[in-house]
Ligand binder design. Structure first.
Ligand code: NAD
Length: 480
């Protein structure tokens, strides 16, 4: 069986413990490879490699760092099919999605920061007293990048690219649930000759590898994407050590549809925004609010469209919904559907596990599920489910729906559908959310700030925000 290796100091190596974790194919429900069960010892090796490489890498001209990023991007593009297939097998997502979204975006992340770093500027402030201040923005040192399983390479590279572009050396930890494309990335880094120690990838559990990175006094910066509880654990460890922290956490995103919305567009897009990647995107619309005049028609047509989504083999053309990432995650999602029923909800479509064992797929498939009749403040409408489950609720007025939308502890991405320009701006201003999409969803310009408010996170990724995060500003004041 294939054994994944850590990538430390430019080499692929086995974990010091010689212990491995089972890696499952979620569509088949069976183990297909082994992941290093790395320990603090492996993390120490990686940190030490990153520390040794730091001076030279941070002093390497940015144009040269930029070239390495571009080469990595090109290699991923050349191997698109291999990466996409690996992502689909590892995560359970449709191959078509990995081919169209995940892998092209991972390549784009490296390409974007290869360009951004050469355009990154620092400020200067002139004083009439005869002095000038200028800001140096220097790489900080060893950076930890910890990422989740839902968009494995996409989110992993979204951290690594700006961190190394800015001149830091990285110890990165992909999710132990989806390690494969991070392993392929380490091979790409070897192929392009990325200097040793600049990027190190240590596989394994969060409570071992992730925890060792959070604890280490040699890691002053942590960029984390994952669950809100895990973010809290990391923050507890990192805060007394005054580490720089970026936390991209959970969401419970509202999709607000007014009567005057472009009907066909809203219908098409909401099927995607609620159920893309089996609803396992932090930006997915999990609470759909529809204005009363349109409600019944929208509900009927939406249910029809959701029922038509094909749950099936992720590797087959025509599959819309693949497998959920793990058995325990599927059980959590099914548990929330039971809770919704207990809370008085009516399942309009879906609601059950899908048995595809006749096709040799003994994995974790769940029907896309829509639930009606719940109050805005019940647990189903307040807690993150992170699966193919959405609720639908009617509303009358702007004030009412704003109250519903802003009622959760989360504030990541809101989607708003209206043709009334004034209302669109007014609502965008009032929504407690780091991102607002109006008449679109997941339309991404990588230059824009990305992140959430409230329990959805601290800090912003994207564009120059990420380059600012991965550098330390120092003001120099000269009087002349
Ligand atoms: P998770 O928090 O369980 O794990 C994320 C990563 O943290 C994994 O690599 C894991 O091994 C590691 N980890 C776990 N415990 C740790 C610890 N004690 N110390 C350090 N690291 C630790 O999250 P998940 O289940 O992989 O991902 C799903 C969650 O991620 C959802 O809540 C989703 O909303 C969120 N998410 C947020 C964004 C965003 O941009 N805001 C994007 C994608 C996913």
């Amino acid at each position: 069986m294939q054994k994944i290796q850590n990538y430390i100091n430019g080499e692929l190596i086995d974990p010091t413990s010689s212990e491995y974790i089972d890696n499952y194919n979620p569509a088949k429900g069976e183990v297909y490879s082994l992941i290093p069960d790395s320990t603090e010892e492996d993390v120490e090796l990686a940190i030490s490699a990153a520390k040794s490489a730091f001076r030279s890498w941070s002093e390497t001209p940015k144009e040269i760092r930029s070239d390495y990023l571009l080469k990595i991007s090109q290699k991923i593009e050349e191997r698109l099919e291999e990466f996409a297939l690996a992502e689909s097998i590892d995560n359970g997502k449709p191959l078509s999605l990995a081919r169209k979204v995940d892998i092209p975006r991972a390549a784009k992340n490296f390409r974007f920061y290869s360009s951004a770093i050469v355009h990154f500027e620092s400020e200067s402030h002139y004083m009439e007293l005869g002095a000038i201040n200028y800001t140096l923005r220097k790489a900080i040192g060893v950076t930890a990048c910890i990422s989740p399983w839902n968009l494995p390479l996409y989110l992993f590279s979204w951290k690594i690219a700006p961190a190394i572009a800015a001149g830091n050396c990285v110890v990165a930890k992909p999710s132990e649930i989806t390690p494969m494309t991070a392993y392929l990335l380490s091979k790409v880094c070897i192929e392009v000759g990325l200097p040793k120690g600049v990027l190190n990838i240590v596989h394994g559990y969060g409570h071992k590898v992730g925890n060792a990175l959070s604890e280490s006094n040699d890691v002053p910066v942590i960029s984390f994407t994952g669950g809100t509880k895990t973010g809290e654990t990391i923050a507890r460890i990192a805060a007394p050590k005054f580490k720089k922290l970026s936390l991209e956490l959970g969401g419970k995103n509202p999709c607000i549809i007014f009567d005057d919305a472009d009907y066909d567009k809203v219908l098409d897009t909401t099927v995607r925004s609620a159920f893309a990647n089996q609803g396992q995107i932090c930006l997915c619309s999990s609470r759909i609010f529809v204005q009363d005049k349109m409600y019944e028609k929208f509900k009927r047509d939406f249910v029809h469209r959701v029922k038509a989504l094909k749950v099936g083999n992720p590797n087959e053309n025509g599959t819309d919904q693949g497998a959920l990432v793990s058995k325990s995650h599927m059980e959590k999602v099914l548990g929330y559907i039971d809770l919704a029923k207990e809370e008085g909800g009516t399942v309009l479509c879906g609601g059950k596990q899908v048995d595809l064992s006749e096709q040799g797929l003994n994995g974790w498939f769940v029907e896309p599920t829509l639930i009606e009749g719940l109050s805005y403040d019940c647990r189903t409408n307040q807690e993150e489910i992170f699966g193919p489950v959405a609720t639908i609720t009617p509303f009358k007025t702007e004030e009412e729906v704003l109250m519903y939308a802003n009622s959760t502890e989360y504030g990541l991405a809101a989607t708003l559908w209206t043709s009334n320009l004034s209302r669109a701006h007014r609502m965008a201003n009032e929504l407690h959310s780091g991102i607002v999409w109006i008449n679109c969803w997941l339309l991404r310009d990588l230059r824009t700030p990305f992140g959430g408010v409230k329990n959805s996170g601290v800090g912003r990724e994207g564009g120059f925000e990420a380059l600012r995060f991965f550098t330390e500003p120092k003001n120099v004041c000269i009087q002349y």
